[in-house]
Write a protein that binds this ligand. Structure first.
Ligand code: HEM
Ligand code: HEM
Length: 182
């Protein structure tokens, strides 16, 4: 009975919707952020980058509230302890970065001498944070470093998902996929 439930349990549709919406927005923002200096077409998307980032912050707050009140399904029986530990650590590091990337970006554009409003897709202005120039600069530096850390963790996370699906052939990817069945 236990084996049956750990081999078929899935994330709830709410958790799945949060996961893939935020994943898509984060990937778009990593591409724009990393590419904007070298690729002029991406430079034009920096306004969207900022609005997407603020959206990620709001969605992540709602997602974390959901996650803290809903237990995720158990991992397949027999998953080694080191894999459980690594998955746990990676997931919480990703949650931390889903909060820290938008916050450091928001801090960066909130320098006291900022002249540009932080606009959300042409609909309204998001207030700037009341920060000193030093704090805005620290946000800028952190945003660059944490961006590369996030890229590395996302690559590790996707590699782990594909390893489970293609090599271990278990249901770990299927339980987070809207359509895939194991
Ligand atoms: C999911 C959220 C976000 C992600 C994953 C993200 C990612 C990135 C990355 C990887 C870079 C390039 C960093 C570098 O190479 O130095 C970048 C640059 C930048 N980001 Fe974000 N960002 C996010 C949210 C935000 C927000 C909310 C804002 C502002 C409100 C923002 C403003 C900027 C700006 C202005 C740059 C250019 C910095 C420069 O040219 O030195 N970002 N972002
Ligand atoms: C920027 C992109 C992504 C972010 C920030 C992200 C973040 C996360 C987080 C925080 C969790 C933990 C969920 C929880 O238990 O609370 C998770 C789970 C998961 N993600 Fe992602 N993810 C991303 C992209 C992807 C992609 C592209 C794939 C597939 C190729 C994927 C596959 C999975 C799977 C299978 C799980 C469930 C793992 C388990 O059951 O232990 N993710 N993701």
């Amino acid at each position: 009975m236990t084996r049956y439930s750990t081999d078929t349990a899935r994330y709830s549709s709410v958790a799945i919707a949060f996961h893939w919406t935020i994943a898509a927005l984060v990937i778009v923002n990593l591409v724009i952020g990393i590419g904007h200096e070298g690729i002029p077409a991406l430079r034009k998307l920096m306004g969207a980058h900022k609005a997407i980032g603020i959206t990620v912050l709001a969605l992540t707050a709602a997602r974390m509230a959901w996650r803290l009140t809903h237990r995720p399904p158990p991992l397949p029986a027999g998953t080694p302890q080191w894999q459980r530990g690594t998955a746990h650590l990676t997931h919480w590091a990703l949650y931390a970065l889903m909060v820290l990337m938008p916050l450091t970006g928001w801090a960066m554009v909130s320098a006291p001498d900022a002249t540009r409003p932080l606009n959300w897709f042409g609909l309204f202005d998001v207030p700037l944070l009341p920060l000193s120039g030093g704090a805005a600069d620290a946000g800028h530096s952190a945003h660059g470093v944490l961006g590369w850390l996030m890229l590395a963790l996302v690559v590790l996370h996707v590699a782990a998902a594909l390893y489970h699906h293609l090599i271990q052939r278990d249901h770990v990817l299927a339980r987070m996929a809207p359509v895939l069945r194991h």
